[in-house]
Design a protein around this ligand. Structure first.
Ligand SMILES: [Zn+2]
Length: 119
């Protein structure tokens, strides 16, 4: 069953593009390009590599292992992702650490908001 690499929604075989994200669907078998750490969960989408690296360091500072999954890597049988997609990739964390990672990012984003309100 094909799925969207961006929103992870699964679709029927007849569908080749995600109507939500305008991204080419990939076969489910391609989903296993992830290091072994049990199950990984796509916590956040990031718009570019810089944002991904920032969030990765925020989480890793809190002791949470992070895997950055880049949509641009053409590892789906040579089919490249749609260049018009707005997101660069996903931040993946181990499923058992999702609540902690969410809290960690919330604290981080809250601190950004506080910084902005000072301006
Ligand atoms: Zn989608």
């Amino acid at each position: 069953m094909p799925f969207c690499p961006q929103c992870n929604t699964k679709y029927k075989e007849a569908i080749s593009t995600c109507p939500e994200c305008q991204v080419d669907l990939v076969p489910q078998a391609a989903q296993t390009e992830i290091p072994e750490y049990g199950d990984w969960y796509a916590l956040e989408s990031v718009p570019n590599e810089l944002a991904g690296n920032i969030l990765q360091s925020v989480l890793e500072d809190d002791g949470i292992p992070v895997y950055l999954r880049c949509h641009e890597v053409p590892n789906y049988g040579g089919v490249k992702g749609n260049a018009s997609q707005s997101e660069w990739g996903d931040i993946l964390v181990p499923v058992n650490l999702v609540p902690r990672a969410r809290q960690c990012l919330k604290t981080y984003f809250d601190s950004l908001k506080e910084d902005a309100s000072l301006l």
